[in-house]
Design a protein around this ligand. Structure first.
Ligand SMILES: [Zn+2]
Length: 329
């Protein structure tokens, strides 16, 4: 009995990435190496809700790691309809959802429209000063579902060509940055380097100094309180947890902020549909890139439930998502 109690998690949460729903026939990715299942992705989202609802310890919340609906909706005038369909599936689930924004959110909606939409889950942020960056257009926030465990949603397209007005200073400086490395006419085409510079494409982005400074302050406070911090964003930031072409533009700067603190235990991302994982031995941080629903066939699944204990987190994956153990150092 005692042992049973010892094994009870403090809480659990659900994770899912890259649903990319669209009411269109199956297709393939840009390089025609992978099949994409646009329509059945909605059923896979429902499968996740069912599993979370039936879990022995129901999740306290769900992390939706971005790209909920596909960019193909926009030219068809179907963005709102597709978003409604996807969000309705979440309504049947057991827990509030923290939405991360990916590139496909910006293919469908402007940044200002997203801030006004149900994909803005900042209402679930901690109350009080410092729970979000001062600049309201940066979509990042902190929440504390259980004392001692802080979660941070980060905006990986804060510095980006996506979602910014072409006349804005933000767009101009993002263009200047990407043009240093990418001379292709189509900026969705990665530059021809064989190294990490392949990440300078239009479908990626990065974190502004304001956001990094805010994250630094959140982590400083978490260090002082000896909290465990999990960061969720759309773009991976560790080169060993993904393909170079999927990394955030200024991943080194984000890693440097993480490295200067003790409190971060896990960084979770989507975007790279094949998933990935790396345990950074220097910092003890587990970098998880979750497999994408969109490239998961209808007979399989791609979601997980994470059980949180005092000394570890355990990811129980379904379908393509592997089970993983994240020990706290
Ligand atoms: Zn993406």
């Amino acid at each position: 009995m005692d042992e049973c109690r010892l094994q009870e998690p403090l809480f659990t949460f659900g994770v899912i990435a890259d649903v990319q729903y669209a009411d269109i026939d199956d297709g393939q990715n840009y390089s025609r190496t992978r099949d994409r299942y646009y329509r059945s992705s909605l059923q896979l989202l429902s499968n996740a809700q069912d599993a979370w609802r039936e879990a022995r310890v129901q999740p306290l919340f769900v992390l939706q790691l971005g790209d909920l609906i596909d960019g193909f909706n926009e030219p068809r005038g179907a963005s709102e309809r597709a978003l409604d369909a996807a969000l309705r599936r979440f309504e049947t689930g057991p827990a509030p959802v923290h939405h991360v924004w990916g590139n496909h959110e910006f293919y469908n909606f402007s940044r200002s429209a997203l801030l006004r939409s149900p994909l803005n889950s900042r209402l679930h942020a901690d109350s009080g000063a410092g729970a979000a960056p001062v600049r309201p257009d940066i979509y990042a926030y902190r929440f504390t579902p259980v004392p001692g465990f802080t979660f941070v949603v980060l905006d990986a397209y804060d510095v980006s060509l996506l979602g910014r007005e072409e006349s804005s200073e933000e767009y101009r400086s993002a263009m200047e940055l990407i043009r240093k490395y990418n001379q292709n006419q189509d900026l969705n085409c990665p530059p021809a380097f064989e190294d990490l510079r392949q990440r300078f494409t239009r479908f990626n982005g990065g974190f502004s100094k304001e956001q990094l400074d805010w994250l630094d302050s959140v982590l400083t406070s978490a260090d002082e309180k000896q909290e465990r911090v999990t960061i969720a964003s759309h773009l991976p930031v560790h080169p060993f947890s993904t393909d170079a072409v999927c990394l955030a533009w200024n991943f080194e700067e984000l890693l440097a902020v993480i490295h200067s603190h003790k409190c971060v235990v896990c960084y979770m991302a989507g975007h790279a549909h094949d998933g990935g994982y790396h345990h950074d031995k220097d910092t003890g941080v587990h970098h998880l890139t979750l497999d994408g629903v969109i490239e998961t066939p209808p007979y399989s699944d791609a979601f997980g439930i994470v059980s949180v204990y005092a000394d570890r987190m355990e990811l129980k994956g379904s379908g393509r998502v592997l089970d993983r153990l994240f020990l706290f150092s």
